[in-house]
Design a protein around this ligand. Structure first.
Ligand SMILES: *Cc1c(COP(=O)(O)O)cnc(C)c1O
Length: 359
């Protein structure tokens, strides 16, 4: 077996230990004689899987009993709609910061559901930076932002101040990548397939006091957060297998030493790859502003598109996968999530040096 060096943006690399554990348990889960995919989600065995995973999500984030963990279908994209659908009441205005594609999509949904104010945007410079000046409306239903911009390669290195408004964050592509005061957030959501699991499940961490802010009226059952909180994510059949893998990733993070250790690794990896860009005499050009660079998705250009194509092709020959930039922006993108090793990143940095000297 030879595993590739995985730089895909999502679905993305999973820890080898997690895959091996899942493989080991696949045919006979904890002595039940069936896989975790083949048992009732109402069974005692599965109940243990989901409640442990939920508890460990909060443990990793350092959150307590005032938060609930939900595992929902529909990806992060369904959360774009659920958030305004639940919290954007008459008389309030949803506040958003627009930092490119994903936040733009979130804003689009909010506008369909009520008054929406984009209080800051980096559209003026092609979403290459994180805006720092903004003022939250006094009647804000919430402030929503995207902590890491998977496509543009930018990331917040601070927590925006939402004032009295609840802070809501799409953390899909840097969820659990670093230590932070997660108790500042009223709602965090993440499509698991970037940093904490396979596709098919969105992890939603919601502060209990947010539930009292859900608007009155007869909300659609599946789009109402209360439905899922009241039934502990088991109102309907949850994405059993994906959330089981998320549970294994939680254990992996805790075994590594939690987010402090994870952050240290991620910092090292980012230093190596941005070092390769910055020490290339301008051959490689990072597309994000220095202070807004993402430690998860490293976006860069070469002197021309032919060289970009050549580099992606030669990288693939060396089993370095997923380096093509998003189709909407071009260039190259190396996604270096939690499960991508420092060795893989160093190998890429070495290849970048070699490619430059030969081309
Ligand atoms: C990938 C991604 C999404 C979309 O996630 P889906 O699960 O495919 O809906 C949303 N936001 C960010 C920041 C992402 O990276």
């Amino acid at each position: 077996m030879s595993r590739a060096l995985n730089f895909y943006a999502g679905p993305a690399a999973l820890p080898l230990e997690v895959l091996e554990e899942a493989q080991k348990e696949l045919l006979d889960f904890h002595g039940d004689g069936v896989s975790v995919m083949e048992m009732s989600h109402r069974s005692k065995t599965f109940d243990e899987v989901i409640t442990t995973a939920q508890a460990n999500v909060k443990k990793v984030l350092g959150l307590g009993d005032d938060y609930e963990t939900l595992f929902l279908g529909g990806g992060a994209s369904t959360q774009f709609a659920m958030i305004p659908y639940n919290f954007l009441k008459e008389g309030l205005v949803a506040n958003y910061i627009d930092t490119g594609s994903w936040s733009t999509n979130a804003i689009k949904e909010s506008k369909k559901l009520g008054e929406t104010n984009v209080i800051a945007s980096s559209a003026d410079k092609d979403f290459s930076y994180i805006p720092k000046d903004f003022k939250v409306d006094s009647n804000a239903a919430y402030l929503h932002y995207t902590s890491n911009n998977t496509i543009r390669g930018t990331q917040y290195h601070f927590i925006p101040d939402a004032g009295n408004a609840p802070l809501v964050c799409d953390m899909s592509s840097d969820f659990m990548s670093k230590e932070m005061d997660y108790s500042k957030f009223s709602l965090i959501y993440a499509g698991a397939q970037k940093n904490v699991g396979p596709s098919g499940v969105a992890v939603v961490v919601i502060k209990k006091d947010m539930l009292s802010r859900i608007r009155e009226g007869d909300l659609l059952t599946m789009l109402n957060y209360n439905t899922h909180v009241n039934k502990n994510s088991m109102f309907n059949t949850p994405p059993c297998f994906p959330l089981y893998i998320v549970g294994l990733v939680m254990k992996w993070i805790l075994n590594k030493g939690g987010l402090k250790a994870i952050e240290k690794m991620n910092d090292e990896k980012a230093n190596v790859i941005y070092g390769a860009i910055d020490n290339s005499d301008g051959y490689y050009r990072g597309t994000a502003a220095q202070d807004s660079r993402s430690k998860m998705n490293v976006t860069f250009r070469l002197p021309n598109e032919d060289l970009e194509k050549k580099m992606i092709a030669e990288a693939a020959e060396r089993k370095m996968l997923g380096l093509k930039g998003h189709r909407s922006v071009g260039g190259l993108r190396a996604s270096i999530y939690n499960a991508t090793s420092l060795d893989a990143v160093s190998a890429l940095a070495d290849f970048m040096k070699e490619f430059k000297s030969k081309n």
